[in-house]
Design a protein around this ligand. Structure first.
Ligand code: PXP
Length: 270
């Protein structure tokens, strides 16, 4: 099972400080999602996912250009299927053969992160056209649809030519959080969400699609989802927030100690 790490949450943090400075805030703006991608690779990420939004409010074109040059893992470009975004992915593929994977997601201007799945069943023709344009650019591109765990959406995604279905695990994650992970007390609701993921996952695999999961997965809710009564045959997990959040806990102490040491060392030259 491959791990894809969504690094756009790092860009969200950068933009919270540097938005007013324009573009990506200059060379010293931090945290740099490109550097974060390198750290993710060192930690074992098989895939680096970058969500370039139409309004560029998190990742910027500069980030994507550098990621395309520097990432050694598989690069997954997450984006809407707006014509300008499709053209951009096609251009990047033509210029340097990257990204290796494109995940199409719906995009809302006011959402903090992607909220729902792409309604492929409700927009079959535009989805098929987007997939055809992406695949027409150069062979070998994996095109994935981020969809709700609904067999009808899976079938529509297959019909539109998508290679992979990334099933939206957000509702499962929310249900898990609501019951504090206590499946014994709140088993029925959790089981219902897991059952939907299992059914949609079966459908995807039966149709020969790659089965991926993502959204809201964390260190607590992931193990039961992949356990004996969970979803089988998963090819990739796509996780962002929980990993970036954990980096605060695992890294903050060292970061404060570094600042402490700097202060202790006294004034620098000039
Ligand atoms: N998959 C897709 C398609 C997403 O849009 C996101 C959000 O960044 C994720 C996975 C990861 O979700 P999270 O950040 O909640 O782990």
């Amino acid at each position: 099972m491959l791990l894809g790490v969504n690094i756009d949450h790092v860009a969200s943090l950068r933009q919270a400080r540097y938005r007013a400075s324009g573009d990506a805030g200059g060379a010293h703006a931090e945290p740099d999602p490109v550097r974060a991608a390198h750290e993710a690779e060192l930690g074992g990420a098989d895939i680096v996912t970058a969500h370039l939004r139409e309004d560029r409010r998190h990742l910027h074109d500069r980030d994507l250009a550098l990621l395309a040059q520097l990432v050694r893992a598989r690069l997954n470009l997450e984006m809407s299927m707006a014509p300008a975004m499709i053209e951009l992915a096609v251009r990047l593929r033509a210029a340097g053969g990257r990204p290796e994977m494109v995940t199409l997601v719906p995009e809302g201007r006011n959402e903090v992160t992607t909220e729902g799945g792409l309604d492929v069943a409700g927009a079959a023709a535009p989805c098929a056209a987007a997939v055809a344009s992406l695949k027409g650019a150069a062979g070998g591109l994996c095109v994935s649809a981020f969809i709700d765990p609904d067999p009808a959406q899976v079938e529509a995604a297959h019909g539109a030519g998508f290679d992979a279905a990334e099933l939206h695990t957000g509702q499962y994650a929310n249900a898990f959080a609501r019951c504090g992970g206590d499946a014994a007390a709140h088993g029925a609701e959790l089981r219902r969400h897991v059952a939907r993921l299992i059914e949609a996952g079966h459908r995807a695999r039966a149709l020969g699609m790659r089965l991926n999961l993502g959204h809201g997965l964390n260190y607590l809710n992931l193990p039961p989802l992949l356990g004996p009564r969970g979803v089988s045959g998963v090819a990739e997990l796509h996780i962002g927030h929980a990993i970036v959040a954990r980096a605060v806990y695992t890294g903050l102490r060292a970061a404060v100690a570094d600042m402490r040491a700097l202060i202790r060392a006294g004034p620098g030259p000039g």
